[in-house]
Design a protein around this ligand. Structure first.
Ligand SMILES: Nc1nc2c(c(=O)[nH]1)N[C@H]1C(S)=C(S)[C@@H](COP(=O)(O)O)O[C@H]1N2
Ligand SMILES: [Mo]
Length: 333
């Protein structure tokens, strides 16, 4: 198999790549470029840390933009332990610890992701192809949940645009519809409305085609240099950094190019609270709470409860505000 999949539940302390080591590795990558850094790392890192960074077969690419962005804004990466234990993945239960607790036997291999609909060349990717079909990059993105907490996460993956282009979309492709795996035997939240928060599964999401093709829109197959743990959406999940986290659908099996705006899970559940667009917007409050600020989950201790101002489009406005130029963002929230 291409990448060793370490189950987070079975990890002992020394096996977890700590954030300091991780940052050093990023430093190395920056100084020497990927190839030089990779060979250095292969010699200096303990065997259990061998992963995307040190495996020449994974085509990992340095992504200067991401590093630049992190340095400029002085973002502190959220510790890996937090990212993999504080999750929203209602298929495995509605409390923050449920996804980690209930997903460790979730089978991600074999997997099939189909790309279909208004395209000339529909295709299917199997598990190995998810990691090999497109060059992998690292992107450090802020993730802002609609519940007003946020993290800074180093993802590994590739732009959604590459996957879509390969399918040769037709002129009828105006939106993209995404679907999570439906497997109630593996996902207790799909087997019980009580456990699954009353959602009508499979979980569904959607983007306008120009949003989907935007270079920031990302499909992640890893985080912190390793394959995704199940609770974060293994083996492949969407990441749209300027939108509320619920748009970033996990464990995707279907991507369909469609003519009309597709139904989306949270909008179906409560249309007055969750819009189709769901762009992060400090000026448009959720009916039940303010969106003006957020709790940034960073280091432990006091900083873990850091309250910071929420930025329009989650701080990515320079890149994406133009997509919504003539739209009333109060109406299209
Ligand atoms: N299939 C599916 N995808 C999902 C969710 C979910 O419940 N089911 N929750 C969403 C929400 S509300 C958020 S904030 C992010 C959380 O991603 P993370 O757990 O990796 O931080 O996943 C999103 N994707
Ligand atoms: Mo969320």
């Amino acid at each position: 198999m291409l990448i060793k999949h370490i189950k987070s539940s079975t990890l002992s302390e020394h096996e977890v790549t700590d954030e300091a080591t991780y940052l050093n590795r990023r430093q190395l990558l920056k100084q020497f470029g990927y190839l030089g850094a990779a060979s250095l790392l292969a010699q200096s890192m303990p065997a259990q840390s061998l992963d995307f960074f040190s495996n020449p077969k994974t085509h990992f690419q340095r992504h200067d933009l991401a590093y630049q962005q992190a340095a400029d804004t002085q973002q502190v990466l959220t510790p890996e332990a937090k990212i993999i234990s504080h999750n929203n993945f209602y298929e495995f239960g509605t409390s923050k610890s449920d996804p980690m607790d209930n997903s460790q036997t979730f089978k991600v291999n074999p997997w099939q992701l189909s790309i279909s609909g208004a395209v000339d060349k529909p295709y299917v990717l199997d598990y190995d192809q998810l990691f090999r079909q497109f060059p992998l990059e690292e992107r450090i993105y802020r993730l802002r949940c609609v519940e007003a907490w946020s993290m800074v996460i180093p993802w590994l993956g590739f732009p959604l645009a590459q996957l879509i282009k390969k399918a040769a979309p037709t002129s009828r492709a105006k939106f993209v519809a995404f679907e999570t795996l439906y497997d109630p035997k593996q996902m207790p939240g799909q087997a019980s409305r009580r456990i699954g928060g009353g959602i009508d599964y499979p979980y569904r999401e959607g983007l306008r085609i120009d949003e989907a093709m935007h270079p920031l829109t990302f499909l992640a197959v890893g985080l912190y240099g390793k394959t995704l743990p199940p609770q974060n959406g293994a083996p492949i999940r969407l990441v749209v950094p300027w939108k509320y986290g619920f748009k970033s659908i996990k464990s995707i099996v279907g991507i369909k190019l469609v003519e009309r705006q597709p139904p989306t899970t949270w909008n179906m559940l409560a249309a007055h609270e969750y819009g189709f667009y769901a762009n992060v917007n400090p000026e448009v409050d959720h009916p039940r709470w303010s969106q003006a600020s957020e709790r940034r989950l960073t280091t432990g201790g006091l900083l873990a409860r850091n309250r910071i101002a929420t930025l329009p489009f989650n701080g990515y406005g320079e890149e994406v505000a133009k997509l919504y130029k003539n739209m009333d963002l109060r109406k299209y929230f």
